[in-house]
Write a protein that binds this ligand. Structure first.
Ligand code: SDX
Length: 426
């Protein structure tokens, strides 16, 4: 509580509303009392709505600040590891060595999936989009863990978190293997998290896969940059599903489904398709003209953000990683040059500047994923894998504290009550 009050006056009614202050960010106005006065608040798209209290991630969109449990993303991305960030998001503090060893060991002991799970893949066409497969398979996990789905039991919540973090790389790699008709590769627990994933992706029974440490480090950094992002659409979906007391696997599957949209996590795949459509630098000006022509309906994918009205700090780190990985691998990717030209033009064009449109996390990530060898249709699966600890941390934070089922209301503008008319009379 801040002790501050807001006063809402509607006609001759006056409503006093409490104002709360957080440790960072804007104060919030608690509006629930407007209901008793016969009003709903109205905020389509939740442009100005704080849906919950949280201690996990803070974003300052004007300053381009992103903190996970208070630690800046720039420091975590360059000094931490993804498994350490998973621990931080779930537990609120950076682990000491013993805690890290224990967490890593628990994750390693759950990297395999139930042998029956592989048969779920066979129900899909080989050319099914991997996000459709991942969504189905993750939701199906709840069918294998009836012994630990009591969301009121902290131990069940904890083991579900470990299982999801441990199994998402295995499930993601199986999505890829299934799509290319290769046999599934089991996890090899002597490897670190990201190396294990890359080996499951690219090894075959005939040829093992020597993990390039540059790629493993880049993969790990990409997972860190996607780990959490406050109350974004997919995280809010996980929270809403969780508010019905659904099991954690169903909630994460709901988050995966929400992430798939090209306005959200599906943008990383859409950026590469956009760059391929543009083709070369000489077509950039015409493409930008189309983006600025509203009737064309073309968006500059990987640009813009609901919260960031300045640079997305993750995009900056992603761009640096792009440069590092491509130069380390000796790759000259014309699509990187094209992306940089697109960024340069957009950042100097009134249309984008006036709308505060900057590159977001998805603008450069695909260039790196391509350099690692990840196929285009798996980009959003990688985003879902990376975001899993964030989704779980928010789900746990909600379930571990008092909550109510999420049930918004509406502004109804449909027909007023009227009597049914029989078919003969119409
Ligand atoms: C992610 O919320 C999160 O935190 C998400 C995320 C996470 O980590 O979870 O950060 C991940 O989803 C990043 C965003 C990925 N999506 C894209 O890159 C798709 C392209 N971007 C847009 O679709 C859009 O910018 C959104 C969806 C990201 C944000 O939409 P908003 O906040 O509703 O903004 P808006 O659509 O109201 O745009 C404001 C103006 C509009 O023009 P006007 O009506 O004022 O004339 O900017 C224009 C929009 O038309 N605009 C764009 C644009 N994005 C906004 N114009 C061209 N290209 C774009 N990309």
């Amino acid at each position: 509580m801040s002790g501050k009050q807001a006063k809402l006056t509607v006609g001759d009614q006056s409503i006093d509303l409490p104002v709360y202050s957080g440790t960072l960010g804007p104060d919030v106005i608690d509006v629930k009392d407007v209901l008793a006065k016969g009003f709903f608040t109205y905020d389509p798209g939740f442009m100005a709505t704080a849906s919950c209290e949280s201690k996990i991630t803070f974003i300052d969109g004007d300053k381009g600040i992103l903190l996970h449990r208070g630690y800046p993303i720039e420091q975590l991305a360059t000094q931490s590891t993804y498994e350490e960030v998973c621990y931080l998001l779930l537990n609120g503090e950076l682990p000491n060595q013993a805690q890290m060893d224990d967490f890593r060991s628990r994750v390693k002991s759950h990297t395999m999936v139930h042998e029956q799970l592989q048969f779920f893949y066979r129900g899909f066409r080989r050319d099914a989009h991997p996000m459709a497969v991942m969504c189905g398979v993750v939701g199906a996990l709840s069918a294998f863990y009836h012994d630990s789905l009591d969301i009121r039991n902290p131990e069940h919540r904890q083991i579900s978190a470990i299982r999801l973090i441990a199994k998402m790389p295995t499930i993601a790699a199986m999505c890829f293997k299934y799509s290319v008709g290769q046999p599934f590769i089991y996890p090899k627990n002597e490897l670190d998290y990201s190396s294990n994933f890359l080996r499951m992706m690219f090894a075959t029974p005939c040829d093992d896969y020597e993990v390039n440490p540059i790629l493993a480090r880049a993969m790990d950094r990409i997972f860190i940059l996607h780990a959490d992002h406050e109350q974004n659409a997919s995280t809010s979906t996980v929270r809403m599903a969780g508010s019905t007391d659904a099991n954690p696997f169903a909630c994460i599957a709901a988050g995966i489904a929400a992430l798939w949209g090209p306005s959200h996590g599906g943008a990383n795949e859409a950026v590469l398709r956009m760059l391929s459509e543009i083709g070369s630098v000489k077509n950039v000006d015409d493409f930008v003209r189309r983006v600025k022509d509203k009737s064309d309906g073309t968006k500059l994918m990987g640009f813009g953000h609901r919260v960031y009205k300045n640079f997305d700090p993750r995009a900056k780190v992603m761009k640096q990683t792009c440069d590092e990985v491509l130069s380390a691998l000796g790759i000259q990717d014309p699509q990187l040059e094209l992306a940089m030209k697109l960024e340069e033009i957009a950042l100097n064009d009134e249309y984008f500047v006036s709308r505060k449109l900057y590159p977001n996390v998805d603008f450069y990530s695909g260039i790196i994923l391509k350099a690692i060898g990840i196929p285009l249709n798996l980009f959003t699966v990688i985003f879902a894998l990376g975001r899993t600890p964030g989704w779980i941390a928010h789900w746990q934070e909600m379930i571990a504290n008092p909550y109510k089922i999420a049930r918004p209301r509406q502004l109804y503008t449909g027909a007023v009550q009227r009597d049914y008319v029989g078919l003969q009379q119409r």
